[in-house]
Write a protein that binds this ligand. Structure first.
Ligand SMILES: [Zn+2]
Length: 144
C-alpha cells in the first residue's frame, strides 16, 4: 500500500480535519492516487522510523495547483495550522506547483487477503460497494 507521511499535521490527520495535502510529487507517483485508493498515513517518513497512524482514501483525482492560486478554504482543509497562504508557502520555501491530494480518513481496512498472483497481503480498495476489491503493492487486484 502506498504511504503518505504527515509529519507536521499528524494531529490534524488523526482528528480527521485534514482532508487535503500538497506534495511535490513526480507525475508518475501522483497518478497512483486514483479515486477510491486507500493509503497508509504515517507520522513521519518510514525511512526515519515513522509508523502508521491510520488510513486515508482518495476522494478526488489529484491535480496540480500553484500555491498563489490556493483558495482560503484549502488552508482549513490542510488542517488549519496556517492562517494565510503566504505563511503556508514557507513550508515549501516559496511559491511552487505541488500536487493536491484530497482524501478522507477511514477506518482500518478490516479484511486483508493474500494476492493470488504474488502472495502479498492486500487491502480492501473499495468499501462503499458490495463487491470488495483488494490490491497489493504491485497493483494486482482480486476479489474474494
Ligand atoms: Zn500481487
Amino acid at each position: 500500500m502506498d504511504i503518505v507521511s504527515f509529519a507536521k499535521t499528524k494531529k490534524e490527520f488523526r482528528a480527521g480535519i485534514k482532508t487535503e495535502t500538497r506534495r511535490l510529487w513526480q507525475d508518475k507517483h501522483a497518478a497512483r492516487f486514483t479515486v477510491g485508493k486507500i493509503f497508509q498515513a504515517y507520522d513521519k517518513s518510514p525511512r526515519s522510523g515513522g509508523k502508521c497512524i491510520g488510513y486515508g482514501q482518495v476522494t478526488k483525482k489529484p491535480y496540480k495547483q500553484w500555491l498563489h492560486d490556493m483558495p482560503k478554504e484549502s488552508l482549513v482543509a490542510e488542517g488549519g495550522r496556517w492562517k494565510t497562504v503566504d505563511e503556508f508557502m514557507k513550508e515549501f520555501d516559496g511559491d511552487c506547483e505541488p500536487w493536491v491530494l484530497t482524501f478522507k480518513k477511514i477506518q482500518h481496512p478490516q479484511q486483508t487477503t493474500m494476492c493470488p498472483e504474488c502472495g502479498e497481503v492486500g487491502a480492501a480498495q473499495d468499501t462503499d460497494d458490495k463487491v470488495v476489491v483488494y490490491e497489493c503493492s504491485k497493483h494486482h487486484n482480486w476479489t474474494v
